[in-house]
Design a protein around this ligand. Structure first.
Ligand SMILES: Nc1ncnc2c1ncn2[C@@H]1O[C@H](COP(=O)(O)OP(=O)(O)O)[C@@H](O)[C@H]1O
Ligand SMILES: [Mg+2]
Length: 225
């Protein structure tokens, strides 16, 4: 297997935070994790077990304390913040629980904005954004702002934003937690199908048993690492 076939490689990863007294408390410890392109992994664990922290460190939103993370064969750890932002913009799609759409921008602008930090952006992001919004069934809502869309439609804009740039890896933090059962299933179907079409790996935090069975692999994070 070439390094590029691996969407994600994690080795000996550690992350802690200072407690209110200033003492470092380790909240995350993952010794080894490999995820190939096209595969799906569910991350489970009690509240506070470090699931969101893991996603943030993989995405380079937070620096690791120790260990390595590689995204499509490129090291994320050891980079400064700007280089981490660039690597994330090029190769990682991120789906937030609360969607994190900008309410004053249209659906098309929200999806386009996710790709404007890429090198040589030009007019390509707008075309890719249109294609992605078409793929999630929102080509008639390009000019709508998030408050003018239903929660399910907002989630589809967020899915379009995560996948529009054809990332090797999609990270999703409890992507169905704010949706009713029908919408949650539709949304997960769409996310997994779109990711498969793009050849992306999906790593998703989920509590939902109906969602869990849809993933090929599982990683359980423990408390008190
Ligand atoms: N910025 C921070 N400063 C201090 N502690 C934090 C910070 N972010 C998260 N934590 C702590 O790290 C632990 C894991 O948090 P988190 O990754 O959000 O858990 P989960 O997503 O599994 O519920 C929690 O105990 C939380 O209090
Ligand atoms: Mg969390």
């Amino acid at each position: 297997m070439t390094a590029d076939a691996l969407a994600l490689t994690v080795r000996d990863l550690r992350k802690g935070f200072p407690d209110p007294g200033g003492r470092r408390v380790e909240v995350l410890r993952v010794d080894r994790l490999d995820l190939e392109r096209g595969r799906t992994l569910a991350v489970v664990g009690e509240s506070g077990s470090g699931k969101t922290t893991l996603l943030h460190v993989i995405a380079g939103i937070l620096p690791a304390d120790a260990g390595t993370v590689e995204i499509v064969g490129r090291p994320m750890t050891g980079l400064g913040e700007t280089a981490r932002d660039r690597l994330r913009a090029e190769h990682v799609g991120y789906l937030f629980q609360t969607f994190n759409l900008l309410s004053h921008l249209t659906a098309l602008e929200n999806v386009t904005l996710g790709m404007t930090f890429r090198p040589r952006a030009g007019t390509v992001p707008r075309r890719l954004a249109r294609e992605a919004l078409d793929r999630v069934g929102l080509s008639d809502r390009l000019a709508y702002r998030p408050p003018q869309l239903s929660v399910g439609q907002q989630q589809r804009v967020a899915i379009a934003r995560a996948l529009a740039g054809r990332p090797g890896l999609v990270l999703a933090d409890e992507p169905t937690a704010n949706l009713d059962a029908v919408r949650a299933k539709e949304s997960l179907d769409l996310l997994l199908a779109f990711a498969e079409e793009c050849g992306a790996a999906v790593l998703a935090v989920t509590h939902d048993d109906r969602a869990l069975v849809r993933f090929q692999d599982r990683l359980t994070l423990g408390m008190g690492v």
